[in-house]
Design a protein around this ligand. Structure first.
Ligand code: FES
Ligand SMILES: [Fe+2]
Length: 403
């Protein structure tokens, strides 16, 4: 009798020993190439909703953007009927990437594959093939559409899942909708542009960094330069028993009370809201949403390889913004919260160093705030990282008999 074979991810989980304590993280999870491949299936095609964009990035029929859901390259497109679809970016014939580049419009012409010129419409239907004369008689174009993800939106934010067992989006987001309501408001955003950069670090290091309130004042000297200090707030982990999203709500020094360490402090102005209070959210597993200062930003975390992660920083304004506010957001977004910005610049350096020495084996440890077992945590705590890895371990099948 044939032995039953378990999916490979369970074998991997046995191969890597996760310490009993839930505040310890084995460094092998950042260096094991087989685990990386298993994560692309276990996490990104698991029962999760991946944040893939905002409707304002593709406002007109035929507009599309490219992104990946883990290892699956996809096209996020507004069809001729204005409906948003997420299509796998691989020709149904022999798998060629259909569209290169970050964005465009294909209302006229659709997607034509370079290899044998099969052509798809904006809904992913195959509409033309070249020289079909000697194809098998039973060939029907209807059978060769592009695979599509399930799609749903929340206040204009576009989510997709490749898994039939994913719960309804609202159930998945749970109380995180409270934070998204604050940042996205009525969803009427204007897309201002985006920057894509590659971090030489494992994708999980990027995501856990957002949960980490501890590093913010230690690493980010930019905050010290502008004398911006946290004055409270909290780190919530909505749905932590299932998905472990993050919702950090922070209160900071009002701009008019900042000690002007720079001759010109206007870069840090908050012109569209009265305070520097802000939200910083992770939509598990790979989406970031924030409204720091006047910057409305989403980040999409795209794992490329074990130690290479593309982060797309997308910037938004509100549709009713006065021109002056719009220009302020265009300047502030990249210069403060872009990959080379005054505040976010340092993360790449720190995370790349973590990655470089992860080969040393051993365990990383999470301490600050961990005597408290459950959220809410203080805004300066790193304890929420535990919940990120709890959700990750559940999806991957790592044994977690410690909580
Ligand atoms: S691979 Fe696309 S048409 Fe052949
Ligand atoms: Fe940071």
């Amino acid at each position: 009798m044939a032995e039953s074979v378990e999916p490979p991810r369970f074998d991997l989980a046995r191969r890597i020993r996760w310490p009993q304590e839930d505040n310890k993280i084995p460094r092998e999870i950042f260096t094991d190439p087989d685990l990386f491949r298993a994560e692309m299936d276990g996490v990104f095609t698991g029962p999760v909703w991946v944040l893939v964009g905002h409707e304002s990035e593709i406002p007109k029929p035929g507009d599309y953007k490219t992104i990946s859901m883990g290892a699956a390259p996809v096209i996020v497109i507004r069809g001729a009927n204005a409906r948003v679809s997420v299509l796998v970016n691989a020709c149904a014939h022999r798998g060629t990437r259909l569209v290169e580049g970050p964005s465009g419009n294909v209302l006229r012409g659709g997607f034509r594959c370079i290899y044998h010129m099969w052509t798809y419409d904006t809904d992913g239907r195959l509409i033309a093939v070249s020289l079909p004369e000697d194809f098998p008689q039973e060939f029907r174009k209807e059978d060769y559409g592009l695979p599509r993800a399930r799609v749903d939106t929340y206040r204009g934010a576009i989510f997709a899942t490749l898994n039939d067992d994913a719960p309804p989006l609202l159930e998945y987001l749970a109380e995180l909708t409270g934070g998204l309501d604050k940042v996205l408001e009525d969803g009427a955003l204007e897309f201002l542009g985006s920057i894509r950069v590659i971090f030489r670090a494992n994708w999980k290091l990027y995501v856990e960094n957002i949960y980490d309130g501890y590093h913010v004042t230690a690493l980010h000297t930019g905050f010290q330069v502008v004398r911006l200090r946290s004055h409270g707030g909290e780190r919530l982990v909505p749905n932590y028993e299932r998905n472990g999203h993050l919702w950090g709500r922070s209160r900071s020094t009002p701009v008019n009370q900042l000690t002007p360490a720079l001759r010109d402090m206007s870069l840090f102005d908050t012109r569209t809201k009265p305070t520097t209070d802000h939200n910083m959210m992770v939509v598990f597993p790979s989406g970031v949403v924030t409204d720091y200062f006047d910057t409305i930003q989403m980040r999409y975390v795209i794992p490329l390889e074990l130690d290479r992660t593309q982060i797309e920083f997308a910037f938004f304004g509100r549709q009713h913004d006065p021109e002056e506010a719009r220009l302020h957001r265009v300047r502030q977004g990249p210069e403060v919260l872009g990959p080379a910005g005054a505040i976010t610049l340092e993360d790449a350096a720190a995370l790349e160093r973590v990655q470089l020495s992860a080969t040393a084996r051993g365990e990383n440890v999470v301490l600050k705030g961990t005597p408290k077992r459950f959220p809410p945590y203080r805004h300066v705590d790193e304890a929420p990282i535990r919940h990120f890895y709890q959700a990750y371990r559940r999806l991957m099948g790592f044994h977690s008999d410690d909580h």
